[in-house]
Each structure stands twice: as C-alpha cells, then as structure tokens.
Ligand binder design. Structure first.
Ligand code: MF3
Ligand code: CO
Ligand code: CO
Length: 266
C-alpha cells in the first residue's frame, strides 16, 4: 500500500475542490422538497457543477473494476438505500430521508462530501439515525492526528453507533483521495484502537460512515450500483474529506451551509 502525502501546493488545490463539493450540497438544499425527483436533483447539480463552478462531476461514467459506468453526476440514497443510489424518476415524499453525495474535480483534484436531508418532517426514528450518524462521523474525525491509527477512527465510529443500537456497514469504507477519486488507504468505519496504518501529516482521506437502524447486512440492486439494507431498515451516511495536519486535522469540505460540529452526547 502506498499512501501519497500531499504537498502544500496539492493541499491548496484539495481545499478548493473540497469547498466546491460542499457548495454543491449548499446549492441543492432548497430543492430537497416533497414532489421533486432524484433525477431532477441530479440535473440541477450537474448543471451547477458544469456551468457555474466549472467543475467535473466525478461519478459520471466512473467505472471501478467489476462495475458498469455510473450513469449520473451525484448519488441519491433514500431511506433504506445505503449508498450509490442512482437518481431517477421517483418523487420524494414528506418523511423521506436522503443522502446526497457529491464529488467534484477541479484542476485535477477531487472533493468528496455527502449530507443527509429531511424531506418535509422526519419521523423521530429517522431524525435520531441521521443525528447518530453525524455524530459518529465527527467522533471519527476527532481522532485524527499524527501518530494515531486508522483503527482509532473506526473504533470511535463503531463503538458509538453500536452503543445506541445501530449497526455499521462493513462493505464500504472511506478512502484516500487526491488526483484519484479512490486511492489508498481504506478507512474502515469499524475496528480497534491502536491498529492499522499510522497517520502522517499530508494524508488526505474521507470519513463516511454508513449506519443502519437495523442489521448491518446489505444487498446490491439489479442496477449494479444502488446498495440497500437487507432488512429494509433505514440507513444514513455523512461524509467529509479530511487532511491530517501537524497537530490534528483540517476538514476540507467546508462551505457556508455546512452543519456545525455536533454537541457530543458522551
Ligand atoms: N462518492 C462516493 C464515495 O464517497 C463514491 C460514489 S461512486 C459513484 O466514495 F460512482 F457511485 F458515484
Ligand atoms: Co468518498
Ligand atoms: Co462520496
């Protein structure tokens, strides 16, 4: 495994890409309403990236080994969809929760971030899951500093989510990111403290836990992309792209509309 440490010039470009990714999520926020289709949200984001930002939507035609080319510019994962939901004709309805995952490329560098949105009024259970997932992502991020291990991040996320009766999806993970969309290291959202790769200043990777309200098992849909919970329980995900600094971390996917760090409950 080769983990590329980014130079100061590269970090500047990653900061710009990260902010632009987050700004797409800000832009789409007022459109996430009952009656809109996920396909319409995709088209709005696509046009914004191309025509306003001059960025490239990294998902469009993205094709990892064993996959068909991804057909859209963002991922929209609704309710029991875990990740990689493909935008389409389905209308959102009040009470739905949706993850919108955006990755832009600017000047050759990637910014990858996702948030949960409530469509109308969420149920108490849906709100609780989204909040637990947000807090779990931030507990993972708060572990990040030189000499800490990737397992510290995974442990913080898993122990918190499981203590509240939720489960962690194990098949997908955070990832190094830079000129490539997905690069080393893999950032598992479960694990044990003091294990795994040691963090070094200049590493950039995502933290993007997928947390289910029911069991952890997942299934892939016939479209070859959309992942759902096997038991159809709700699933939530949040994602930031993060730099390891000399003293800790810097979140790169920041913009005016990014939600504040949570009030930690324990
Ligand atoms: N943005 C996703 C991630 O966080 C990856 C989506 S791949 C796609 O890693 F092809 F589905 F867009
Ligand atoms: Co990612
Ligand atoms: Co993403």
């Amino acid at each position: 495994m080769t983990v590329h440490l980014k130079s100061p010039q590269e970090i500047k470009k990653m900061r710009i890409a990260g902010e632009l990714g987050s700004e797409v999520l800000d832009f789409i926020t007022p459109f996430v309403k009952p009656g809109v289709t996920t396909g319409e949200l995709d088209a709005l984001c696509h046009d914004y990236m191309l025509n306003v930002q001059n960025t490239v939507p990294a998902p469009l035609n993205y094709q990892p080994p064993g996959y068909s080319p991804y057909p859209k510019s963002i991922c929209t994962s609704v309710n029991h969809q875990v990740c990689h939901g493909v935008p389409g004709e389905k209308k959102l309805k009040s009470g739905d929760i949706i993850n919108i995952d955006v990755t832009v490329i600017k000047d050759g560098y990637h910014g990858d971030t996702s948030r949960m949105y409530y469509v109308g009024e969420p149920t108490i259970q849906a709100r609780r899951l989204c909040e637990i997932t947000y807090e779990s992502m931030w507990l993972g991020i708060e572990e990040i500093k030189p000499e800490k291990h990737l397992g510290d991040i995974g442990y913080a996320i898993q122990s918190f989510a499981e203590s509240l009766g939720c489960s962690v999806v194990k098949e997908f993970c955070g990832h190094g990111i830079g000129t490539k969309f997905h690069e080393d290291p893999q950032v598992l959202h479960y694990g044990h403290t003091g294990t795994g790769l040691q963090l070094k200043p200049g590493m950039i990777f995502t933290v993007e836990p997928m947390i289910n309200s029911g069991k952890a098992s997942i299934r892939q849909m016939a479209d070859g992309w959309t992942i759902v919970t096997k038991d159809h329980s709700l699933s939530a995900q949040w994602e930031h792209t993060v730099l390891v600094t000399e003293t800790g971390y810097e979140v790169l996917t920041l913009s005016a509309g990014v939600p504040p760090k949570p009030k930690f409950r324990f």
